[in-house]
Design a protein around this ligand. Structure first.
Ligand code: PHE
Length: 453
C-alpha cells in the first residue's frame, strides 16, 4: 500500500492488492464455518439455490454499489454518506447508514472472534495429535468439553481479538496484503484435497445430493431470510467494510470486474467447503443440523484417519484462522477509520478502545455456549440473537439502503462516471438491479418472513 499525501489516506498498491484485500474480507468463517452449518440446518439444496440467486441478483450489484460509494468519497463510511448526501442534495439522515454499519461491524466481530478463537484452539489440538485415530464420538466430546469451558473460550477469544487489533493498528494491509497472496491459494488447494478425501468415502453421493438436490418443501420462512442474510454476510456487504476498502481504491480501476472476481472466489470456496463436509456428516452418522459446531465435529475425524492428516489438520486450521483474520480486520476498520479521521484518535488508541469494547461484548457469546446456555431472548441464545440481528436484519437493511442510495439518490452521471463499465448495457443492467431488483427482493423477503407473503 502506498501513501498519497494529497488524499486522506493511503491507497492499495494495485488492482490486485484490492482484489486480495476484498477477497480476504469476503472469504472467512462465513464460507467455511457458517455456510455448511446453516445449509445443514435449512435442509440443503433449496437453501443453497436461494443463497446463490441472492448472491447473483442482490449481492453482486450491491457490492459494486458499495465499493463505488467508498471510492467516490475516499473517506470512512460515516463521512462517505455525509459527503455523498451533500453532493446529491439529499436528506441528512442518510449518514445514519454509516453509523449502523459501524455498529453492525462491532456486533459481528464480537462473536466472529469467539468462533475464530475455536479455530485457533483447534490448531493446537491438531498439533498435539488430539484427532489421531479418533471416531465421531471422541471428536464430539472433544468439542463439547472445549466449548463447555468459559475460560478456554475466553482465552482464545482474547488471543484472536489481540491479533486483529494488532494488525489493524499497523494500518490496513502491509503484512496482510502479502499474506493473503499465498493464503487464499493455499486454502483453496487444501479444500480441494479435502473434497478429494470426501470422494473416497461411501457417502460422497449422498453429500452432493443433500447440497444440490432442490426440494423447496425444506424451506421455512426464516430459511429464505437466512439465505439472503448470508449472501450479505459472506460478501461482507451492507455495513461499510467493502465501502472502506473501496475508499482505498485508486480511481482508474474497474470496480465491476474486481467485484465479479471476488464474488466468484467467495462462492467457490463456500461450495467446496460444503462438498467436503457433508459426505463426512453422513459417513459418520452425524446430523447435518448440528449447528455451529458442525465443521469442528466433522473435519477432525477426517484429519485423524487420513494419511498425512496430522499436517493437513494443522494447515487447515492455521489457514482458517488467517482467513478469519483477513475478515475480522475489515469488520473493525470502519470504526477505526472513523475514530482516526473524525475524532482525532491515533490509530493505536482507536484500536485499543474499539478492540476492548468488542472483546467485552464477545463475552456474551463465550458464555452462551456454557454458563448462559439456557439464557434465551426471543427463543435464541445470545450468540444466535447477535447473529440473527446482524446477518439477517442489519446487513440486508444496510444493503437495501446502499442500493436505494446508489440507484435513486446519486446522480446518474456520477455513478456512470465512477463505474466506467466497459459497455453501456452492463451499466444499464446494474442500474436496473440496484434500483428495482435488489431493493424489491430484500423487501419481499422481509414481507415473507413476517408472514405477509
Ligand atoms: N465475509 C466474512 C466471512 O464470510 C465476514 C464479514 C461480514 C466480514 C461482514 C466483513 C463484513 O467470513
Amino acid at each position: 500500500m502506498t501513501t498519497n499525501n494529497s488524499l486522506l489516506h493511503s491507497h492499495w498498491s494495485s488492482r490486485f492488492a484490492f482484489i486480495l484485500a476484498a477477497t480476504g474480507s469476503a472469504v472467512g468463517l462465513g464460507n467455511i464455518w457458517k455456510f455448511p452449518y446453516i445449509t445443514g440446518e435449512n435442509g440443503g439444496g433449496a437453501f443453497v439455490l436461494v443463497y446463490l440467486v441472492c448472491v447473483l441478483l442482490i449481492g453482486i450489484p450491491i457490492m459494486i454499489a458499495e465499493t463505488m460509494l467508498g471510492r467516490r468519497s475516499q473517506r470512512n463510511p460515516v463521512e462517505t454518506m455525509q459527503m455523498l448526501t451533500k453532493e446529491a442534495n439529499a436528506d441528512e439522515n442518510w449518514q445514519y447508514l454509516g453509523w449502523m454499519g459501524m455498529i453492525a461491524g462491532v456486533l459481528i466481530l464480537s462473536y466472529y472472534s469467539v468462533i475464530a478463537g475455536w479455530a485457533s484452539a483447534y490448531v493446537v489440538k491438531a498439533f498435539t495429535g488430539s484427532f489421531f485415530n479418533a471416531d465421531a464420538n471422541a471428536i464430539q466430546s472433544l468439542f463439547d468439553n472445549f466449548t463447555a469451558s468459559p475460560l478456554q473460550l475466553m482465552f482464545w477469544h482474547s488471543v484472536f481479538m489481540g491479533a486483529t487489533m494488532w494488525i489493524v493498528s499497523r494500518g490496513v494491509s502491509h503484512g496482510l496484503e502479502k499474506s493473503v497472496r499465498f493464503l487464499m491459494p493455499s486454502l483453496f488447494v487444501l479444500l480441494i484435497l479435502l473434497v478429494g478425501y470426501a470422494m473416497t468415502t461411501n457417502s460422497y453421493q449422498r453429500g452432493l445430493h443433500f447440497m444440490f438436490n432442490v426440494d423447496f418443501s425444506t424451506l421455512t420462512r426464516n430459511s429464505v431470510l437466512t439465505a439472503m442474510g448470508h449472501a450479505f454476510f459472506t460478501l461482507s456487504l451492507g455495513m461499510g467494510s467493502i465501502m472502506v476498502y473501496g475508499a482505498y481504491l485508486p480511481k482508474d480501476i474497474s470496480i465491476s470486474k474486481t467485484t465479479y472476481l471476488v464474488a466468484a472466489a467467495d462462492t467457490i470456496v463456500a461450495l467446496l467447503a460444503g462438498i467436503a463436509i457433508f459426505p463426512l456428516v453422513f459417513e459418520h452418522n452425524l446430523h447435518p443440523a448440528s449447528g455451529p459446531g458442525l465443521i469442528f465435529q466433522t473435519l477432525p475425524i477426517a484429519f485423524g484417519n487420513m494419511t498425512g492428516g496430522w499436517l493437513m489438520g494443522i494447515l487447515f486450521f492455521v489457514l482458517l484462522v488467517f482467513a478469519a483474520l483477513s475478515s475480522s480486520i475489515s469488520l473493525i476498520e470502519p470504526l477505526v477509520a472513523w475514530l482516526v479521521e473524525n475524532k482525532n484518535f491515533t490509530r493505536e488508541k482507536a484500536c485499543i478502545w474499539s478492540g476492548l469494547g468488542t472483546w467485552f461484548l464477545g463475552l456474551g457469546t463465550v458464555f452462551s455456549f456454557n454458563i448462559w446456555k439456557d439464557v434465551h431472548f426471543f427463543e435464541r441464545t445470545i450468540f444466535q440473537l447477535l447473529d440473527y440481528i446482524t446477518a439477517n436484519l442489519m446487513l440486508p437493511i444496510g444493503g437495501f439502503c446502499i442500493a436505494v442510495f446508489a440507484g435513486w439518490i446519486m446522480h446518474r452521471d456520477h455513478t456512470q462516471s465512477e463505474l466506467q463499465m466497459p459497455c453501456k448495457p452492463s451499466y444499464e443492467l446494474w442500474r436496473i438491479l440496484v434500483r428495482y431488483v435488489a431493493p424489491a427482493s430484500i423487501f419481499l423477503v422481509f414481507l415473507h418472513v413476517i408472514g405477509v407473503l
